[in-house]
Design a protein around this ligand. Structure first.
Ligand code: C5P
Length: 301
């Protein structure tokens, strides 16, 4: 048996961050959107556990860490332990989501692994249990199961879908070099020692989403980690200015960065903005799109 699960990247349309909690995590009020940039994870039956990664053309092969345990190994361990079974399977991830880019690529792979291995092992994990395991794997993993557009609270793991009937067009500019999420959060703490316990709410942004007007949405995009990411990577601010000068409605650092996303009016507009940026990798994606989902299932192999 072989199955392939496709899972999208996320951006944060609103990322409100509060002062760190006692467990070190930061309370968030965030609005996630899944965008059409995907990793595929294929799992096939095997007598033992094997795991590999291949990358799409626009990803530097050297940017994928090969040492130590991958989050996919952790996902497999957790699901196997939950059912009291052995971890087996031949798993291959094909990456197109930027690595360490603030688009939850690792979290996406963890979510894809849960869905694919649940099928491969015929485990029939309930949705609630799958979400619980996802939350243990990382703050962004539950959202990767949901996809669409959703409100995230807690440390980001408590996810509620929101109605989003728009189609939003993004130019996505990854960076050759990633940023460490913990480092960006640490720098946020240095820059904002008096951050409020309660992160800023997303009410305005949710109303803008309902308007389906990209100019209203553009005015309310918000990322509390942007200052920290730009301070660590001063080139990002200039990139945002270049994209906005090229006609994008608004540029924004994606999550903890360093990927920068630009909201555009339409697909044609996004392609025009993308064409006028001379970064080495410039992608166009729209959202919202579905979360982790099976795209191939073959019982014969
Ligand atoms: O949950 P996840 O494993 O993705 O988090 C990675 C790191 O990002 C955490 O160890 C923490 O340093 C930081 N983080 C945080 N507050 C959050 C989410 C992540 O401080 N809400």
């Amino acid at each position: 048996m072989t199955t392939t699960v496709r899972v999208p990247a996320k951006i944060n349309l609103h990322l409100g961050v509060g002062a760190p909690r006692e467990d070190g995590f930061h309370p968030l009020v965030t609005v996630y959107q899944a965008v059409g940039l995907y990793d595929d994870l294929t799992a096939a039956e095997a007598p033992d556990w094997r795991f590999g990664i291949t990358v799409a053309d626009h990803i530097e092969p050297g940017s994928v860490p090969t040492d130590g345990d991958n989050i996919v190994d952790h996902a497999a361990d957790l699901l196997a332990a939950h059912h009291g079974i052995e971890r087996t399977g031949d798993v291959l991830v094909t990456k197109a989501i930027p690595v360490a880019g603030g688009m939850a690529g690792g979290s996406a792979d963890a979510a894809a692994a849960l869905v694919a291995l649940d099928r491969l092992w015929d485990a029939e994990t309930s949705d609630d249990d799958l979400l619980g395991l996802a939350a243990q794997l990382g703050s962004d993993v539950p959202f990767a199961l949901f996809g669409g557009t959703a409100l995230g609270v807690g440390r980001g793991e408590l996810v509620t879908p929101v109605v989003d009937t728009g189609t939003w067009w993004w130019v996505v500019v990854p960076s050759a070099e990633g940023l460490s999420t913990p480092e960006v959060y640490r720098h946020f703490d240095e820059l904002f020692p008096d951050a409020p316990a309660e992160p800023p709410a997303a009410d305005g942004l949710l109303a803008a989403l309902a308007s389906r007007d990209p100019h209203q949405l553009g005015a309310l995009l918000h990322n509390d980690l942007q200052a920290a990411a730009c301070d660590l990577r001063p080139d990002l601010e200039a990139l945002i200015e270049r994209g906005e000068a090229a006609g994008a409605i608004r540029g924004l650092v994606s999550g903890s960065g360093p990927t920068v996303v630009f909201l555009c009016e339409s697909g044609d507009h996004a392609r025009a903005v993308a064409g006028s940026l001379d970064e080495s990798v410039v992608l166009v994606a729209n959202g919202p799109v579905a979360g982790a989902h099976v795209v191939h299932y073959d019982t014969s192999g």
